[in-house]
Ligand binder design. Structure first.
Ligand code: FES
Length: 114
């Protein structure tokens, strides 16, 4: 008996909500990305194909999220001008500005007070 199989492209980072959920627009390194409104920044970036979130201060090697639960600190990015934000613990918001973090980040006291 021959049965038709439907090939479906499945990604590890697909949203369970699929395309039925509401979307928000975020910006990663200036590029607009339309992502589900109920996911973390790390999930949204991974779903959008981003694979490098930051580089290390010493060797400059590329890093990306690992634990997705706030333990490893591999997912650090700059969010709305604030450096070293854990993207796996931050929910996306419409208009959010996210930057890849290159090497060590400086401490911006003005943005830290907000
Ligand atoms: S992925 Fe490990 S702390 Fe965010």
């Amino acid at each position: 008996m021959h049965t038709e199989t439907q090939e479906t492209k499945i990604s590890l980072f697909m949203s369970e909500a699929g395309s039925q959920g509401k979307k928000v627009r975020i910006y990663f390194d200036g590029q607009p990305l339309d992502v589900p409104d109920d996911v973390s920044v790390a999930s949204a970036l991974l779903m959008s194909g981003v694979r490098t979130f930051r580089s290390t201060p010493v060797s400059g090697s590329a890093r990306a999220p690992y634990c997705m639960m706030g333990v490893c600190f591999e997912c650090l990015v700059e969010i709305d001008g604030r450096p070293s934000r854990q993207s796996c613990l931050t929910q996306v918001r419409d208009g959010m500005l996210i930057q890849r973090q290159e090497g060590a980040s400086g401490l911006n006291m003005q943005s830290a007070e907000n």
